[in-house]
Design a binder for this molecule. Structure first.
Ligand code: MD3
Ligand code: FE
Length: 203
């Protein structure tokens, strides 16, 4: 099923379920080479979400700002390659939502624990806003906040569970969004964690 949550934003319920095993083994490879870490914002706050990346470009934040780069600043090594199962799912999800030919060069991996939240923000660090963004939810359920083009507007609350995929593009690409603090509702495979894979064309 394809649920529209905006003019060009869709939830694909359970779309990732057939490839969860492959995604989780890909994730283990990625986190072995590039460990999860808590980044610091330019304002000096430590993010409650732990992050890592795979693909050619990785998203990072530090006191100097937000940006994409080819190397993990912790190790100096290139980010791990995007596992084939990640790239296939991202492309198939985008196509399902009407964005044929999506070729992400960046996958940000977010790890949430009980109490972790992501405050309302826009994704503005990518070069080309023409490409969609694909997000895959694994593990504990979360409530996603989907606002408008201004921070002040009222945000819709969208429940996301293990296996759900969301695709944003076109006029919805710059909408404010965030994640409410996670409740502790342990998941059979992932325990008290939520993993979100966010695929982007950043370069
Ligand atoms: C809505 N992560 O890492 S991607 C992020 O659950 C982020 O970890 C969310 O927001 C998470 O920046 C899910 C959701 C997302 C990405 C881009 C969007 C939602 C969006 C662009 C426009 C509107
Ligand atoms: Fe975001």
């Amino acid at each position: 099923g394809k649920e529209a949550i905006g003019p060009s934003a869709f939830v694909l319920r359970g779309f990732a379920l057939p490839c969860v095993d492959e995604l989780l083994s890909g994730l283990r490879e990625v986190e072995q080479r590039a460990a999860f870490r808590h980044l610091v914002t330019p304002g000096g706050f430590t993010m409650s979400v732990a992050m890592t990346n795979c693909g050619r470009l990785g998203w990072i934040s530090d006191r100097r700002g937000y940006r994409y780069g080819e190397h993990d600043p912790e190790t100096g090594l290139p980010w791990p390659a995007m596992p084939a199962a990640f790239a296939r799912l991202a492309q198939a999800s985008a196509a399902e939502a009407g964005f044929a030919g999506f070729q992400p060069d960046a996958c940000l991996v977010n790890r949430y624990e009980p109490g972790t939240r992501l405050s309302l923000h826009q994704d503005k660090d990518e070069r080309d806003y023409g490409a969609p963004i694909v997000s895959v939810s694994l593990g504990m359920p979360a409530t996603f906040l989907f606002g408008g083009l201004a921070r002040s507007g009222k945000a819709a609350r969208i429940p996301l569970v293990h296996g759900d995929v969301v695709v944003w593009g076109g006029p919805d690409r710059l909408r404010y969004h965030g994640v409410l603090p996670l409740e502790d509702r342990p998941h059979a495979l992932l325990g008290s964690r939520r993993i979100n894979l966010t695929f982007r064309k950043a370069g």
